[in-house]
Design a binder for this molecule. Structure first.
Ligand SMILES: NC(=O)c1ccc[n+]([C@@H]2O[C@H](COP(=O)([O-])OP(=O)(O)OC[C@H]3O[C@@H](n4cnc5c(N)ncnc54)[C@H](OP(=O)(O)O)[C@@H]3O)[C@@H](O)[C@H]2O)c1
Length: 290
C-alpha cells in the first residue's frame, strides 16, 4: 500500500516519519515545502501539489489544521478529481458535522472516508503512542487497523463518522477547562501566601487531582511557554469548535466560553504560538496590569 501524507506540520511530520520507519511507501505534501526536508532526507517521495500525491497513492492521510485547510488541499477541483478508488483517513481535529460533510464530498468523488483524530502530542506522535479514535464502519476499521497502529498501539473504533470527532472535541474541552481551572487556583494560592508545595501535596492526594496539573506546573511557575507541543492558537481553535458543536446540541456552554476569554487574552498577549499553559499568563496578567 502506498500512502499520501498531506500536512507535515508539528504532528504530521513525526507521524509520517513513523510510516517511513515501518517501511510504508510514502509520498508527502506540505503547503510550506521547506518543512518536508527531514522526510525527504529520510526517503519519502515529495509532491509539489496534493493532486500528485493523491494520484500516486492508495490511501490519503490528512493532518491539517482545520476544515478550510482540508477543503483547500483535498477538495479543490484538481485534487477532488484524483480521489476515486482511494481511502481518505482524516486525523486532524474538526467538528463531527465538518467531518460528515467532508465524508460526503469524498464519497461523491468515489472514495472512502475514515476519521481518526488523536489524543496526545508530539512526544506521543514520535514514539507511536497516540490514542487514535476511529469513526468508520467496522470493516473499514479492520482494514486500516494495522496502518493506524503505527501511530498508536490500540486504535479504538468509536462508531460511525462523527463520533470520534465528537469524542476528540469532548476531551479537548477538558484540556482547556482543567488547565484554566488549575492555573487560576495556582495563581490564587500564591497571592494568598499559601506555599505551592503545600497546595500541590494536598491536591495530589485528593480526588481533584489530574496528571495534567503536574505536567503544566513548572511551565506556569517559570512562565516558560517555549517549544510548545500544542500551541495556544490550536486550543482556542478546538475550544471554538467545541462551543459551536455543543451549542448546536442545546447545551449550556457558558463555562467554556469563560475559558475561551482567557485563551483570547493569551492570544492578544502574543502567545498564539506559545504552549497552551500560557493561559496562566493571561490569568495572572489580569491583576498585574500587564
Ligand atoms: N499539536 C498537537 O499536540 C495536536 C494533538 C492532537 C491533534 N492535533 C490536531 O492535529 C492537526 C494538526 O496539528 P499540528 O499541531 O500538526 O498543526 P501545525 O503544525 O500548525 O500543522 C498544520 C498543517 O496544516 C497545514 N495547513 C494549514 N492551513 C492550510 C491551508 N489553508 N492550506 C494548506 N495547508 C494548510 C500546514 O501547512 P504549513 O506548514 O504550510 O503551514 C501544516 O501542514 C490540528 O487539527 C490539531 O488540532 C494537534
Amino acid at each position: 500500500m502506498k500512502v499520501a501524507f498531506l500536512g507535515t506540520g508539528l504532528m504530521g511530520q513525526p507521524m509520517a516519519q513513523r510510516l517511513l520507519d515501518a517501511n510504508v511507501q510514502l509520498i508527502a505534501y506540505n503547503r510550506t515545502p521547506e518543512k518536508l526536508a527531514p522526510l525527504k532526507a529520510a526517503g519519502a517521495e515529495i509532491a509539489e501539489h496534493p493532486r500528485f500525491a493523491i494520484r500516486e497513492a492508495d490511501c490519503v492521510i490528512l493532518m491539517l489544521t482545520n476544515a478550510p485547510a482540508i477543503y483547500s488541499v483535498l477538495l479543490s477541483d484538481t485534487s477532488w478529481r484524483m480521489l476515486a478508488g482511494r481511502t481518505v483517513i482524516q486525523m486532524g481535529t474538526i467538528t463531527p458535522l465538518e467531518s460528515q460533510e467532508i465524508r460526503d464530498s469524498v464519497v461523491a468523488a468515489g472514495a472512502e472516508y475514515i476519521e481518526a483524530p488523536v489524543l496526545g502530542s508530539i512526544p506521543e506522535a514520535k514514539s507511536g503512542n497516540l490514542i487514535v479514535m476511529v469513526g468508520a464502519l467496522r470493516e473499514q476499521y479492520q482494514r486500516y487497523l494495522q496502518l493506524l497502529q503505527n501511530f498508536g498501539p490500540n486504535p479504538i473504533l468509536i462508531g460511525e463518522v462523527g463520533t470520534a470527532a465528537a469524542l476528540k472535541l469532548a476531551l479537548n474541552q477538558l484540556i482547556a477547562a482543567l488547565t484554566t481551572a488549575f492555573g487560576l487556583s495556582l495563581a490564587y494560592i500564591q497571592r494568598q501566601n499559601v506555599k505551592v508545595d503545600t497546595f500541590m501535596q494536598i491536591l495530589r492526594e485528593s480526588a481533584l487531582y489530574a496528571p495534567t496539573f503536574d505536567k503544566k506546573l513548572q511551565r506556569m511557575l517559570e512562565h516558560n511557554y517555549a517549544n510548545p507541543n500544542f500551541p495556544t492558537k490550536h486550543l482556542l481553535k478546538d475550544t471554538d469548535l467545541f462551543i459551536e458543536s455543543a451549542t448546536a446540541q442545546g447545551l449550556n456552554v457558558s463555562s467554556i466560553e469563560g475559558v475561551r476569554e482567557v485563551l483570547d487574552t493569551a492570544m492578544r498577549m502574543a502567545l498564539a504560538h506559545a504552549d497552551y499553559s500560557s493561559l496562566y499568563a493571561a490569568i495572572t496578567a489580569a491583576n498585574d496590569g500587564n
